[in-house]
Design a protein around this ligand. Structure first.
Ligand code: LMR
Length: 398
């Protein structure tokens, strides 16, 4: 059966993790996979998560099954966090949310739902987008098209080109949008641009599918969700995939959610009955542990406060590193304007280097990044910034 299979190369982002771990260079720097790191390069467990997890263990009385929708307390609380507790779609009960194994689980289940509702669905993704969007959506059988999003040469959004491309979308097409902290480019839509997207969606009839993987790590929990909240106010239907990997630091626990906004409460309920059936046919039901932790935090005012404070620290650190990198590159006299790094948000920015320059950074300096020159800004620290800047300046000089 399996003898015809050729060996499949590892995922390029995940491979960086293994390569970095195996590198003995004491000066190595990991700017690869998107995980938050503190000043020592460690990815810590948040204090609020530690406390909540201890309570979950202490209070747990059974390991019996939960359903395909997961932990109800999580579903209710995460919905408020995503949409804002007073959002009209919540007041009208037009949102149904289920716990999923990470944001990836949400994207895949959402894609399967689209395939079931309309087998010929085309989904538009940004150019560039997170590499794993393509298999997550495409393997469900959706047709994929790209819309222009980011000009790598000039490090700016291509918003007009994006709107022109989406003006070609057919009614019933789906458009995947990054809620905030665009992965991989870090350039986000402003509120006026979200408004223009909403208008176009109304006009062309496309359904937005928002991937919200970094809520709280750009400009704050509410600002980072403002675009999707605006879409939800204006459009009859949409999908939202969210992740608790980054903002709760729960990466390996696989916690995320899929929210369906329906035309009415009844439509949302009917649609989510299909979500539950799809889940049952893939993984039956999600693991409960991470969802229980998040529910414990969001439903306890003190833990919730602590978590928000910790998240603020993480966000401020990343935005501070953006500034630091730009300042140091300028001070080093590099012949290129890196102020975009300071303006962009979230974990990622493209440095605009060639694949050869990235290879040199890895081979000669043990500075790891994706070969598109996407860096995880959180991997920079006060301690390694000069080393990184010197290496960048050297490879850019040729
Ligand atoms: C990334 O883009 O580095 C993260 O989203 C982690 C991953 O799974 O690729």
């Amino acid at each position: 059966m399996f003898t015809a299979l050729e060996s499949y190369p590892p995922d390029p982002i995940l491979r960086l993790l293994a390569d970095f771990r195996a590198d003995p260079n004491p000066h190595k720097v990991d700017l690869g996979v998107g995980v938050y790191k503190d000043e020592t390069g460690h990815t810590p467990i948040m204090g609020a998560v530690k406390t909540a997890e201890a309570r979950v263990f202490a209070g747990e009385e059974t390991k019996s099954y939960i359903g395909p929708a997961g932990v109800p307390e999580f579903n209710a609380a995460i919905k408020d966090l995503i949409f804002g507790a007073r959002h009209p779609v919540l007041a009208d009960a037009r949102v149904a949310t289920v716990l999923t194994p990470g944001g990836c689980g949400a994207l895949r289940v959402g894609a399967e739902l689209l395939k079931r509702a309309a087998p010929e669905t085309t989904i538009w993704v940004s150019d560039p987008t997170w590499a794993n969007h393509i298999p997550l959506l495409g393997n469900a059988g959706l047709r994929i098209r790209e819309y222009p999003y980011y000009d790598r040469e000039h490090s700016v959004l291509r918003f007009d080109a994006m709107l022109s491309a989406l003006a070609e979308s057919g009614s019933g097409d789906v458009v995947l949008l990054h809620g905030c902290c665009h992965n991989p480019c870090g350039a986000d839509l402003n509120l006026d641009q979200w408004r223009a997207v909403a208008e176009l969606a109304e006009k062309r009839g496309f359904l937005p599918f928002v991937d919200l993987a970094y809520q709280g790590l750009g400009d704050g929990l509410d600002v980072d969700a403002q675009g999707l909240r605006l879409l939800a106010e204006r459009l009859p239907e949409m999908l939202v995939a969210s992740s608790c990997s980054k903002n709760f630091g729960l990466y390996r626990e696989r916690v995320g959610s899929l929210s369906v906004v329906g035309q009415s409460a009844q439509r949302a309920e009917i649609t989510v009955s299909h979500v539950n059936n799809i889940v049952r046919g893939i993984y039956s039901m999600p693991p409960s542990h991470g969802g229980a932790i998040v529910a414990e935090i969001l439903n306890d005012p003190e833990l919730d406060r602590q978590w928000r404070d910790e998240l603020d620290v993480m966000r401020d650190r990343i935005n501070g590193l953006r500034k630091l990198l730009n300042n140091k590159l300028r001070a080093r006299g590099v012949d290129r304007d890196f102020s975009f790094v300071e303006r962009e948000r979230g974990m990622f920015s493209f440095l605009g280097l060639s694949a050869e320059q990235v290879t040199r950074l890895i081979d000669e300096y043990s500075i790891y990044m994706v070969n598109s020159s996407r860096i995880n800004v959180a991997g920079i620290s006060q301690a390694n910034a000069d080393y990184v800047v010197e290496a960048l300046a050297t490879v850019m000089a040729g």
